[in-house]
Write a protein that binds this ligand. Structure first.
Ligand code: ADP
Ligand code: ZN
Length: 511
């Protein structure tokens, strides 16, 4: 067998592996099962493409999007990999099946619903296999943001071929989703490999909104180069594009409602420009390769930490200093909660936990990068020196005692109730449930009053962020590994003092 590095040079034309690629490829070649969590652009495809060239037999790639599959097929064929797709959209299915059976395919891309058919099971049994690659593996988890029931049928299929190694790949998985993927795809815990998510040249800042246009103008004034401003609505992008023109920079808008020709022209103008400001919805940026974006500003709260990471990640791909500045308001949180109330019930707890994590990032007095990287499973230093909180530490309040009360209330009520009820118990708000359950006789009943009550929601989020508290799939709160240190007074919990106006507005809204 040739060396992986030789194949990397000869087939792909790359000089070295990036990040965890070598480690992942090593595991695959050793026949082990792996879940690789790597950010978009980190080079996930290579980790199964390279083994597929080196090993006898075909690597079967499960991928949820046909459009994506055809892109990958073209890319693989471009470097001389023998690849095919097997989807309802393909007219050459018979030929593909012949090639598969004959063992002359390196890669075979299939959709998950196909994988569950009896016919396909038999087909797999009649062809030489070297690897199962499961792309967008978070789709297997109900906890993930993109659950696809068909992915649940993969494990029984894979289990029929126990000696064929498995490689699950995803860019987005919080700790919960990750554990779920391992479980659902039969991958041992030591098979988890998480890539470096850090983008050290990006300076993160998050600020409450007061005058969005003026605030973004300040970002533009300090950034020497093109930038993207993400707005939450189509109308918002057009308004911002107009208002930001006062900066003297060329500005344009981009959203899915524009005429396709206008959209394409705006995008092309941005890619070619050295100083343009693009006001866009999140539809903008996917598949654009512009390394010199100097800033990404958010005019409102992004959808999740994953989305924030991906959107801010469009800044500074060239490695030079870049800025990611988010402006948010309490009304963004309220709108997000509203959106969650409307999703299907089984997805709600996952969405709630994702929002809580995002709120935790927004509210933290700690290093933004540390919070972000911890979310992606890394163990970063406590300070990065290149975010707003590191550069100018905010005023904080010690919320450790409130956090202890919060944990006690969770414990005393049996680790099964959600945030709303825990807050009720702590503030002593009598309800039918608290009456009949006897919770009103507990020592934690009504022990949070006045100023402390305003800290309950941020404390709840901060506890979740530190994994001191976990929400079960029904939204009930349980202790996580971080609970003990706080309860015992070994770890303190500090929160940013909310700006006065925000505090009043947020009083009754809740998160
Ligand atoms: P992902 O699926 O993780 O988003 P891709 O597999 O699409 O990322 O790879 C992103 C880009 O990085 C592609 O253009 C790919 O050719 C390139 N790439 C992958 N591995 C390497 C490497 N070792 N050296 C240089 N470029 C690489
Ligand atoms: Zn920092």
């Amino acid at each position: 067998m040739p060396y992986p590095l030789d194949v990397l040079h000869a087939t792909f034309g790359f000089t070295q592996f990036r990040g965890v690629q070598a480690e992942v490829v090593g595991r695959v070649l050793a026949g082990e099962r792996t879940l690789a969590v790597m950010p978009t652009g980190a080079g996930k495809s290579l980790t199964y493409q390279l083994p597929s060239v080196m090993l006898e037999g075909t690597c079967v790639v499960v991928s949820p999007l046909i459009a994506l599959m055809h892109d990958q097929l073209r890319a693989a064929e471009a470097v001389g990999i023998r690849a095919a797709t097997l989807t309802s959209a393909d007219s050459n299915r018979a030929e593909t099946i012949d090639r598969f059976r004959a063992g002359t395919l390196d890669l075979l891309y299939i959709a998950p619903e196909r994988a569950s058919t009896g016919y396909f099971r038999e087909l797999l049994g009649s062809a030489p296999l070297c690897l199962f690659a499961i792309d967008e593996a978070h789709c297997v988890s109900e906890w993930g943001h993109d659950f696809r029931p068909d992915y649940r049928l993969l494990k029984p299929l894979l289990d029929q071929f126990p000696s064929v190694p498995r490689l699950a790949l995803t860019a987005t998985a919080d700790a919960h989703t990750r554990a779920d993927i391992l479980d659902q795809l039969g991958i041992p815990a030591e098979g988890l490999i998480v890539a470096g998510f850090d983008r050290p040249n990006i300076r993160y800042a998050i600020t409450p909104r007061d005058n969005t246009t003026r605030q973004i103008m300040d970002v533009i004034a300090e950034a020497d180069g093109p930038g993207i401003v993400y707005a939450q609505t189509r109308a918002g992008t057009e308004k911002l594009a107009e208002a930001l023109a006062a900066s003297g920079r060329p500005t344009r808008a981009y959203h899915a409602g524009l005429d396709p020709a206008v959209r394409a022209a705006n995008q092309a103008a941005f890619v070619a420009s050295e100083d343009m400001v693009m006001a866009a919805t999140v539809a903008f940026g996917m598949g654009i390769d512009k390394p010199d974006v100097r800033f990404v500003a958010h005019a409102g709260l992004p959808k999740s930490i994953e989305a924030y990471y991906q959107e801010t990640g469009r800044a500074g791909r060239d490695g030079d200093p870049a800025v990611a500045h988010m402006f948010w308001g309490a009304d963004d949180l309220a709108r997000a909660r509203q959106r969650i109330a409307e999703v299907e019930p089984h997805r709600r707890a996952g969405e709630q936990a994702r929002l809580a994590a995002l709120a935790g990032l927004v509210e933290t007095a700690e290093c933004r990068r540390a919070v972000l990287l911890r979310y992606f499973g890394e163990n970063p230093p406590a300070q990065c020196g290149n975010c707003d909180n590191c550069l100018k530490p905010p005023a904080t309040v010690d919320a450790t005692v409130v956090a202890q009360k919060y944990l006690s209330a969770i414990f005393r009520t049996g680790q099964m109730f959600g945030t709303g009820y825990i807050e009720q118990v702590l503030t002593g708000k009598s309800t039918e449930r608290s009456l009949t359950s006897g919770h009103e006789r507990l020592s934690v009943w009504g022990i949070v009053e006045g100023e402390e009550a305003a800290l309950l929601k941020p404390v709840g989020r901060a506890l979740m962020l530190r994994d001191a508290v976990r929400a079960n799939p029904h939204g009930g709160l349980e202790f996580g590994p971080g609970a003990r240190a706080i309860l015992k007074g070994e770890a303190e919990l500090r929160l940013i003092v909310p700006p006065k106006r925000e505090r009043r507005r947020r009083g009754g809204a809740g998160a």
